[in-house]
Design a binder for this molecule. Structure first.
Ligand SMILES: [Zn+2]
Length: 165
């Protein structure tokens, strides 16, 4: 007999930066700064991400596009690759994401794509620490308490049945 299951999650929504704690405001500022460094000559969609590590260090990343389209990489994965590469033992606790078009922050907040959700979820699993997602738009800010909420029923390393550290 079949059963119907349900998955849902809650998140916070804010109307202005002033409603956030200083640390989160700071992380959003770093994400906006990173968006300015994006290399997005094709889409003109400039995305910045900033990862806060447990120690307080902030690692920035931006999208880097390429004429060979699949070679491009999103801001979120650039940032997380930077944190893993440079601070492998320092655990990410939050990531802020901001996007700009025409030199202006997008009105709506943007969410990480499927690829980035997958990578962020694995990082959360690797470190055993939740990564808060802070999505920042001009008119709205959303905070989601864990990446895995954005990727229910995820494919993960346990599915491979290999022994990993
Ligand atoms: Zn992505």
């Amino acid at each position: 007999m079949s059963t119907v299951k349900n998955i849902s999650f809650s998140y916070q929504e804010f109307e202005s930066l002033a409603e956030l704690v200083t640390e989160d405001q700071e992380l959003i500022a770093a994400a906006k700064e990173a968006a300015n460094h994006a290399y997005a000559p094709y889409s003109k969609f400039m995305v910045g991400a900033a990862v806060r590590l447990e120690s307080g260090i902030i690692v920035r990343g931006s999208n880097v596009e390429n004429a060979a389209f699949p070679s491009g990489i999103c801001a979120e994965r650039t940032a997380i690759s930077g944190s893993v590469s440079n601070y492998p033992d320092d655990k990410p606790v939050a990531i802020a994401i901001a996007a700009m078009t025409n030199n202006e922050l997008t009105a709506e907040c943007i969410s990480p794509c499927g690829n980035c959700r997958q990578v962020l979820a694995e990082e959360e699993m690797r470190t055993g620490k939740r990564i808060r997602i802070i999505l920042s738009g001009r008119e709205k800010i959303r905070i989601i308490e864990s990446v895995s909420l954005l990727l229910p029923l995820q494919f993960c390393r346990n599915n491979l049945r290999v022994n990993l550290p």
